[in-house]
Ligand binder design. Structure first.
Ligand code: ATP
Ligand code: MG
Length: 331
């Protein structure tokens, strides 16, 4: 677990980059730091691995103040992906990825196996890339190498500073999916910086939204979207926050909350699986692919039907008093 206890950072005695921040990141939790440029995200990460000194307060990593960790322990425990991928241009890809294992003195066999494994994990062929230099890779490939490098010594904690920042939306999306897949396998404690709320909603177990060095809200994505704590949060997540929240729920969630309706057995109605995201359901209904959908469980048993009204009722229930109009139907 990482604990931030009243942490502040003042640069040059005057610039308050981080202002009295307190929150906890549980083991295996994926936490996203979001907020406008200059709000202190990078500074917060860099205090965890002692690249910046903490001005006030404490950061505790598994019951030990990070100030007490020495450099070797630090490298074992904390992987770091910096904002620009930070690969060394004059080192091969293999050397770049294996910097920390090399420092830790791993033997040849263990190194080889680890390199091959990591490259497979990030979807690049080990032999094809081993001897290349960073400039011989595309931007997206370089960012993946940055991620592999941070994972190399299998640290329990990862700090990732906009690792997918400079990518076009398609590659970015693919890397996000890949990384979520990787995280399912490796289950690390992750602090991940982004300035993209959609990325945060998609990837994070929790989101910490920062402004001017202060935490505005720290909670699960659905809480941030459905119950923004103040106007800044509400503006930051956007007018369409209620629609965004549909990607967090499936038909099953809807069934549990508001129930499905009986369906007309004789009519020909389009069927969808109950694990389908409400976002997809919504777009099917709004694009008038169907007025009504029949819901099937994993075994193909029909459980009931839903229409746009069900989705409205569900969202209303989720956002409660905060609903600034959950009107989905257009005339
Ligand atoms: N080394 C430094 N010396 C002085 N001020 C700094 C230093 N590094 C950062 N700052 C200031 O601290 C504040 C927070 O910067 P930080 O880099 O943490 O923001 P950020 O949220 O990561 O921004 P971005 O989204 O643009 O990367 C900014 O006002 C920045 O100008
Ligand atoms: Mg930054």
């Amino acid at each position: 677990m990482i604990q931030f206890n009243d942490v502040s950072k003042v640069y040059n005695g005057s610039v308050k980059a981080v202002d009295n921040v307190s929150f906890n990141v549980e083991d295996g939790e994926f936490v996203i730091l979001v907020g406008p440029s200059g709000c202190g995200k990078t500074t917060l990460l860099r205090m965890v691995n002692q690249l910046e000194e903490i001005t006030e307060g404490e950061i505790i990593l598994n019951n030990q103040s990070v100030k007490e960790l020495n450099k070797i322990e630090m490298r074992r425990k904390i992987g770091y992906v910096i904002q620009s991928n930070g690969l060394f241009p004059n080192m091969t890809i293999e050397k770049n990825v294996m910097i920390v294992p090399d420092l830790l003195g791993w033997d040849r066999k263990k190194r080889q196996d680890r390199f091959n494994h990591l490259m497979e994990l990030i979807g690049l062929h080990p032999d094809e890339f081993r001897k290349r230099y960073p400039h011989e890779l595309s931007g997206g490939q370089q960012q993946r190498i940055g991620v592999a490098r941070a994972l190399a010594a299998d640290p329990p904690v990862m700090l990732m500073d906009e690792p997918f920042g400079a990518l076009d939306p398609i590659i970015r999306n693919r890397l996000q999916e890949e990384f979520l897949q990787i995280q399912k396998e490796v289950k690390k404690t992750i602090l991940f910086v982004s300035h993209d709320i959609d990325e945060a909603v998609k990837m994070g177990d929790k989101i910490a939204l920062l402004r001017d060095g202060e935490i505005m809200q720290y909670n699960r994505p659905e809480e941030i979207l459905n119950h923004p704590k103040n106007e800044f949060v509400s503006k930051f997540v956007g007018q369409d926050r209620v629609l965004k929240s549909t990607s967090l729920y499936s038909v099953k969630d809807l069934d549990n909350e508001v129930g499905l309706s009986p369906y007309d057995k004789s009519a020909h109605i389009k069927a969808v699986q109950e694990d389908t995201s409400l976002r997809i359901i919504l777009s099917m209904l709004l694009n008038q692919e169907a007025d009504q959908l029949v819901i099937e469980d994993g075994n193909g048993n029909r459980k009931g039907s839903l229409t746009l009204e069900h989705v409205e009722k569900f969202l209303q229930a989720k956002v409660g008093e905060n609903a600034d109009g959950v009107a989905l139907q257009h005339e």
